[in-house]
Design a protein around this ligand. Structure first.
Ligand code: UDP
Length: 239
């Protein structure tokens, strides 16, 4: 069983783009901000890693040097972080954005001890610019930051699905939903829920993960309250 005192929530660019499919969608962002406020009021410390796929994915551009392309991707996540911060602050939450690439005029640099202090003071900390290094993803960033801030678990909200299945439930009627999984099974069954680096990092360090559907943002609060929705990935005990 995992505790829920401090969580690391991963918000993908896909979610932030909402129905628009690109860029930032006010409805999607405001709806998750409201739920994040509820989660905060429930008494949980919140770290957020934002993706950037709603603007740019480094690996998708074949003509450009990968490092340059990934740098563009990381900068996209900073825009998302600032937008999510604005939405949370409009609801009265205290927040900080910390970036893995220094841009002191825009946000604080990532300093883990400072991030933990913010969390202890009830501030929502949004981690931007990924790991600060090319060839990584924001899923790996989520795993890394969760470990660094000593989060109890990672909450990975997925669009277009409500859990992990053995095959795409949108294409196969007989797709089987997993309630519990191990990281080893994710890797051996090639379930592709997170990239291999993120999966291994969580596996090697026993970081629990809940994968749930975020198309209905209120699911986030349900997960935090311990409702058995989505798929729990972790040790052998399940939840
Ligand atoms: N990125 C990177 N290093 C990191 C995190 C992200 O280079 O540590 C770049 C990479 O190009 C990636 C892009 O930022 O494609 C956006 O992140 P991601 O694709 O993980 O966003 P999501 O799919 O969650 O929206």
């Amino acid at each position: 069983m995992y505790a829920n005192k401090r969580v690391l929530i991963k918000l993908s660019g896909e979610f932030l783009a909402g129905k628009k499919g690109f860029g930032m969608d006010d409805d999607a962002i405001n709806s998750i901000a409201k739920v994040l406020k509820d989660v905060h009021e429930y008494g949980v410390e919140i770290g957020i890693v934002v993706g950037g796929g709603n603007f740019w994915r480094g690996r998708n551009d074949n003509d450009m040097d990968r490092t340059v392309s990934d740098n563009i991707g990381m900068l996209g996540t900073v825009m998302n972080a600032l937008r999510v911060q604005a939405a949370l602050e409009s609801l009265g939450l205290e927040t900080r954005v910390q970036t893995a690439i220094q841009m002191n005029e825009v946000a604080e640099p990532f300093i883990v001890r400072r991030a933990i202090r913010h969390l202890e003071k009830g501030r929502v900390v949004i981690f931007a610019a990924g790991t600060g290094h090319p060839y990584f993803s924001t899923d790996t960033t989520a795993a890394l930051r969760a470990l660094e801030i000593k989060a109890d678990c990672i909450l990975l909200g997925k669009t277009g699905t409500d859990a992990i299945y053995d095959k795409d439930p949108n294409k196969h009627d007989d797709a089987k939903k997993f309630e519990n999984l191990t990281y080893q099974e994710i890797l051996s069954k090639n379930l592709g829920i997170m990239d291999a680096s993120a999966t291994s990092l969580c596996q090697d360090n026993n970081m629990p993960l809940v994968v749930f559907g975020i198309d209905d943002p209120s699911n986030l609060l349900k997960v935090v309250k311990g409702e058995k929705i989505g798929t729990y990935v972790g040790g052998n005990n399940g939840r």
